[in-house]
Design a protein around this ligand. Structure first.
Ligand SMILES: Cc1ncc(COP(=O)(O)O)c(C=O)c1O
Length: 386
């Protein structure tokens, strides 16, 4: 059965952050919301059916994750990425941000530093600073509308770094790192004895011309890599809050487990485990259709900007449904850009400056919505700008 990603589903009024927090975030409850990273598409119908079936059993008591849930994840990464992981390596967590924050707290000391590569998903900054750990920035380099890791700068870091918090694929710049990028990164981390936390939440959302490689698959003997995975972005179920850390190193795993134990966190609830397992077991066809829908939208946005809004340049995404727009030719300050998009264009985007100083002059646009919404938003921007 083919999925209708063009269907407009009313989300306003469901306590949905993207729509119902518009006034709080933009000061205007009517902007076209293309900001927070979830999608306006129905989750795979198999997931909805499984949730309904579970809801029909009227007792929602304490719950644990069954072996079949672990097997669903193991088989997903084996089939999609030829990566063999063991059940004992998997630590379930409520969300990816809490999971990497827990890893930073459990595996580094207050005087040790975590390195991040901005512009990057903004909780990467706060996960470190709010954990009272040191933060080291190693910005990506940007030339000809393409971002690269600055390996020379990374290798030259001489400080108290302990952890590298890596985003792969990278939000917001949309890079799907090549095998050679990943190999260089591993080499430096091995020399420095760093731990890498590789946030691969966007792994499954890679465009057909690119191939995501799990970092840890390239260095099975180097047990310092922890991978964060989740079905949340992939299948549009982020409100259900269940993710997984893959931690092959037994000492690290125990430290993270102790941390969750101390907080008495049980990430499994009757609905989160149902959706997680079903999505990985039955969502593959839905995902393939989603990717082809999103790549078509991405291409249409690229064409539109070239033809009608050349002052906005698209950094061509290799993965994720988040487009990184280089708006520097519009010659506005960051506050002017924000005001322009909200009040003149009526479109709610994420300001690039949120992702670090390197994001100044950029905006992030979420295209995980029916294409008609994206095209209507572009029209609004064009009308306001010209
Ligand atoms: C790179 C990255 N990591 C983590 C998250 C959020 O994960 P969670 O909601 O599971 O904490 C996002 C959401 O946008 C993201 O882009």
């Amino acid at each position: 059965m083919s999925v209708n990603f063009d269907e407009i589903i009313q989300r306003a009024g469901t306590n949905c952050t993207k729509f119902d927090k518009r006034f709080a975030v933009f000061g205007d409850s009517h902007v076209t919301p293309l900001w927070v990273a979830d999608m306006d598409f129905a989750a795979p119908h198999e997931v909805t059916a499984a949730l309904i079936s579970r809801a029909k059993h009227p007792i929602y008591g304490y719950t644990f994750a069954p072996d079949s849930l672990y097997e669903a994840l193991i088989s997903w990464v084996k089939q999609r990425y030829h990566w063999s992981i063991k059940q004992e390596w998997i630590v379930l967590c409520p969300g990816v941000v809490p999971s990497f924050t827990a890893a930073i707290l459990a595996l580094s000391e207050v005087n040790e530093s975590t390195i991040i590569l901005p512009p990057v998903y903004f909780p990467f900054f706060s996960a470190v600073t709010k954990s009272n750990r040191q933060l080291t920035l190693c910005p990506l380099s940007y030339h000809n509308q393409r971002y690269e890791i600055d390996f020379d700068r990374l290798a030259a870091l001489e400080d108290n770094s302990r952890i590298l918090l890596f985003c792969s694929p990278h939000n917001p710049v949309g890079r799907v790192w090549s095998r050679s990028d990943l190999e260089q990164l591993i080499k430096i981390a091995q020399e420095k004895n760093w731990i890498i936390i590789s946030d691969e939440i966007h792994a499954d959302l890679t465009y057909p011309e690119y191939q995501h490689t799990p970092l840890a698959r390239l260095a099975e003997e180097f047990e310092n890599i922890i991978t964060a995975l989740a079905p949340s972005k992939t299948f549009n179920i982020p409100g259900l809050n269940l993710s997984a850390l893959i931690v092959p190193n037994a000492k690290f795993r125990q430290a993270i487990l102790n941390f969750f134990d101390q907080l008495h966190i049980n990430p499994a609830n009757p609905f989160s485990i149902t959706a997680f397992e079903t999505a990985y077991q039955k969502g593959a066809n839905w995902l393939d259709e989603l990717i082809s829908y999103l790549s078509c939208t991405r291409d249409q946005v690229a064409d539109y900007l070239t033809k009608y809004l050349p002052a906005i340049q698209l950094v061509k995404p290799e993965g994720t449904y988040l487009l990184w727009l280089d708006c520097r030719s519009m010659r506005m300050t960051d506050s002017e850009l924000k005001r322009f998009f909200i009040h003149q264009a009526g479109v709610g985007l994420s300001p690039g400056i949120l992702f670090g100083d390197e994001g100044s002059g950029f905006m992030r646009m979420n295209i995980g919505t029916p294409r008609s919404n994206v095209l209507a938003a572009l029209e609004k921007i064009k009308k306001a700008y010209v």
